[in-house]
Write a protein that binds this ligand. Structure first.
Ligand SMILES: Nc1ncnc2c1ncn2[C@@H]1O[C@H](COP(=O)(O)OP(=O)(O)OP(=O)(O)O)[C@@H](O)[C@H]1O
Length: 420
């Protein structure tokens, strides 16, 4: 969709912002530009809609050289979102969103109807449309900025640090929203950020720049994390790049088995079969809340949960939140090792089952892919409302349990329960 062919940008003051950049940005994908301050990300982005013209080289959008198109027309056909939302302060939210359709001559009624529809699309209440930008929070303003960029349904969206000015919680929400929108709308998005975690989360491809406007590497997130081209990229990705890789790999392939019977800690389920907490059998310790995970959750989330669970076991649930089995810390480690091995060895599907935030997907109980884990005890306990964890043809169902957690069945509870 967007092609840079040996594009160079040198400003009149002699600064080279972009150095002979050749890069393809695929249709319907999110290409993230990352790199330290001043390395040419924004200039690269702005050359796509001709806010900046290149010194030499060619940029094509949809196969057409941008320099052969009228700059104003080109800009209207490409959505653009910036950090401070860039909303017009004296126009209502609805009129802000309707800006481009009005410029395109849609007529006020149609433009406003489209704006109202987009308010809902970006998760804002209808009454927000009547307010002025200063009457909204920073996160809400950014949503309006996204709605405005989408108003004329452009195939391409340019986003320059759009979530840079909001707090981390809101930032994560906005990222989730963008991923959700992108699943529906399938735009070609170019996204600039300083934040490598954001890049890994959002990008289908990540382009890493270094100062002087040099592109160092462009790859899918998993490939970048597993095989950084050089020390600069490795440093930029940070010391935890191994963990970041786990954030891209789902839990789906990790074996699960029934919560073994008996033990010091009991997994309490509610009446619908959803895991609630680990409970100590003698009541010597407070309940430890459980964060149940679905197949679409990441190995990183699983590792984290297994570290905080007193048993080292992760409770896994289906799309309705009902227990489907448990996985041990060791099996999660093995899954992590396998993800890294795939990443090192080939262009293989490290992120094939890429973990995506809040992506609903049915989680089917599966037979575990390995033999009976050490230390496993017994079979699943039948619960009043809970599910029956799966067994394979060999009856090898239990995940490996950490040493010392086998034992007797836990104390009764009014809730349904599984024990370890
Ligand atoms: N209009 C301009 N005139 C002269 N130099 C410029 C101009 N715009 C940008 N530059 C310079 O070009 C280089 C690249 O700037 P650019 O804004 O593209 O970097 P960036 O990677 O987006 O930086 P940041 O992450 O800080 O926004 C910088 O050295 C900057 O000072």
């Amino acid at each position: 969709m967007i092609q840079f062919d040996t594009v160079h940008k040198r400003f009149p003051n002699g600064t080279t912002a972009v150095h002979d950049l050749s890069l393809d940005m695929p249709e319907g994908g999110v290409t993230v530009l990352v790199g330290s301050s001043g390395c040419g990300k924004t200039t690269t982005l702005r050359m796509i809609n001709r806010m900046v013209d290149p010194t030499s080289g060619t940029i094509r959008v949809g196969g057409r050289d941008v320099l052969e198109q009228d700059a104003a027309e080109l800009r209207r056909s490409i959505g653009y979102v910036i950090q401070q939302s860039g909303l017009f302060p004296h126009r209502t939210v609805l009129d802000n969103i309707a800006t481009v359709p009005l410029l395109l001559g849609w007529g006020r009624r149609k433009a406003r109807a489209r704006a109202a529809e987009l308010l809902e699309t970006v998760g804002l209440a209808a009454d927000a449309g009547k307010r002025y930008p200063h009457q909204l929070s920073g996160g809400q303003q950014q949503r309006v900025g996204v709605a405005r960029a989408l108003a004329a349904d452009p195939p391409v969206l340019l986003m320059d640090e759009p979530f840079g000015a909001v707090d981390p919680v809101v930032r994560t929400q906005l990222q989730d929203e963008l991923l959700r929108l992108q699943r529906e709308l399938n735009k070609t998005i170019v996204f600039v950020t300083h934040d490598i975690d954001e890049a890994v989360r959002l990008g289908d491809r990540i382009a890493v720049f270094r100062s002087g406007g040099h592109l160092v590497q462009c790859a899918e997130p998993a490939e970048l994390l597993a095989r950084p081209a050089d020390g600069f990229v490795a440093d930029f990705l940070g010391a935890e790049r191994g963990l970041k890789l786990l954030s891209l790999t789902t839990l789906a392939d990790v074996p699960r088995g029934p919560a073994p019977e008996g033990g010091v800690w009991t997994l309490r389920l509610d009446s619908a079969g959803a895991p609630v907490a680990w409970r100590h059998k003698d009541g010597d310790a407070a309940d430890v809340p459980v964060r149940p995970l679905r197949d679409t959750d990441s190995l990183l989330a699983a590792l984290d949960e297994s570290l905080s669970a007193p048993t080292g076991l992760v409770a896994r649930v289906d799309a309705e939140g009902r227990l489907t089995g448990v996985s041990s810390r060791e099996d999660i480690h093995d899954g992590a090792g396998a993800a890294h091995a795939r990443g090192r060895s080939s262009r293989g599907p490290v992120g094939a089952g890429r973990a995506r935030a809040a992506e609903p997907q049915m989680s089917q109980p599966r037979a575990p892919s390995r033999g009976a884990p050490s230390g496993a005890r017994g079979t699943a306990r039948a619960t009043k409302d809970g599910p029956q964890p799966p067994t394979d043809s060999r009856g090898q169902t239990s995940p490996r349990t950490p040493e010392g957690t086998d034992g007797t069945e836990g104390a009764g509870d009014t809730d349904a329960e599984a024990t370890t």
